[in-house]
Design a protein around this ligand. Structure first.
Ligand code: ATP
Length: 308
């Protein structure tokens, strides 16, 4: 094979429960991940130019927000490919092309998604034949959200979010995502969360999965799911980007079954009752303050998979 293309979904967190800051700088999380139908595509190709001067791994990015993504060794897809080559114990070459649709720094784990896609694509291109368990291990080393992008569907992550168990769901849920101008830095949002808690003197306690949320997923009950959505990072995201309160309010006024900031934001997620309802909410959100564009999607969808 001279080129392999992998499609990989964005995620929204249906519950993000953040425990106290640990000594190692991380937080214990209970993180209910849900893969939705906004996809990046990563193609790994055998390089045309194999001169010694060319780096073994190159990356190009296409799409609306391409300029905001590093086209060098800092790119998470390149880091993942390098980690995979390291595991295989030799240097491999590949030219990576990322076609981005997932908002950048939007709280939808776009960079982690590209990393997962690069693992699957390079495993195939280089004929390594590593099983999914090995790819999951490498993924966890690359970043906390990368294993879920391989896994897909709906899953609960514990620890830093990287220990995953699949969750049972029924049917499909309809979503609207309000994209904001500019991103929010994930470490900055966690820092603001710690600061707000310290200021208020609150102790978050040990994070636990929400039973009503798990039941709503199992039963495919969108109304109950809408009521059960929670994100402990939301106050911090709103503190750093107050205009998001207007976006969330606008979605609620349009009859969303539930709304929340996605992960560390600034993308806001709204649950709709049907495909038509989702299209109505998206149309109404286009004029909302703080909303650059609104897109509809469904979930759950599969994780990274070869499409060509
Ligand atoms: P998360 O939800 O996992 O916290 P996010 O969706 O908020 O992440 P990303 O889109 O993953 O944020 O990007 C965060 C930063 O990572 C970007 O600002 C960018 O500089 C860097 N980055 C590195 N590689 C990529 C990539 N392939 N795609 C997007 N961003 C990347």
């Amino acid at each position: 094979m001279s080129a392999i293309t992998v499609r990989v979904p964005a995620k929204v967190n249906l519950q993000l429960a953040v425990g106290p800051l640990r000594e190692d700088g991380y937080h214990d999380l209970v993180n209910v991940f849900h893969a939705v139908s906004i996809f990046d595509e990563v193609t790994a190709a055998e390089p045309g130019d194999v001169s010694a001067a060319t780096p073994p791994l190159t990356v190009r990015i296409e799409g609306e927000s391409a300029g905001e993504v590093p086209a060098n060794d800092d790119n998470l897809a390149v880091r993942a490919a390098r980690a995979l080559a390291g595991r295989a114990g030799r240097s491999y070459r590949a030219d990576l092309l990322i076609r981005k649709s997932i908002p950048v720094a939007g709280g939808m784990a776009g960079g982690s998604a590209d990393a997962a896609a690069a693992l699957v694509a390079c495993n195939e291109l280089w004929g390594l034949g590593l099983p999914p368990e090995d790819l999951m291990e490498i993924a966890a080393d690359v970043g906390s959200d990368v294993p879920f992008a391989l896994f897909g569907g709906t899953a609960v992550g514990t620890g830093r979010g990287e220990r995953l168990s699949r969750l049972e769901t029924s049917g499909s849920f309809h979503w609207v995502f309000a994209l904001a101008d500019g991103g929010l830095s994930t470490p900055r949002v966690y820092g603001e969360c710690d600061r707000l808690r310290e200021e208020a003197g609150t102790d978050p306690g040990r994070p636990v999965a929400s039973e009503p949320l798990l039941a709503a997923l199992r039963e495919g009950d969108a109304v109950a799911l809408g009521r059960a959505l929670t994100n402990d990072l939301q106050p911090a995201a709103l503190s750093l980007r107050p205009s998001l309160a207007h976006t969330l309010h606008a979605g609620d006024e349009l009859g969303a079954l539930g709304s929340l900031v996605s992960g560390s934001g600034p993308t806001c997620a709204f649950l709709a009752a049907s495909e038509t309802h989702a299209a109505e909410i998206a149309a109404g959100l286009k004029n909302a303050e703080g909303c650059r564009a609104a897109v509809t999607a469904t979930g759950p969808v599969p994780g990274a998979e070869v499409v060509g």
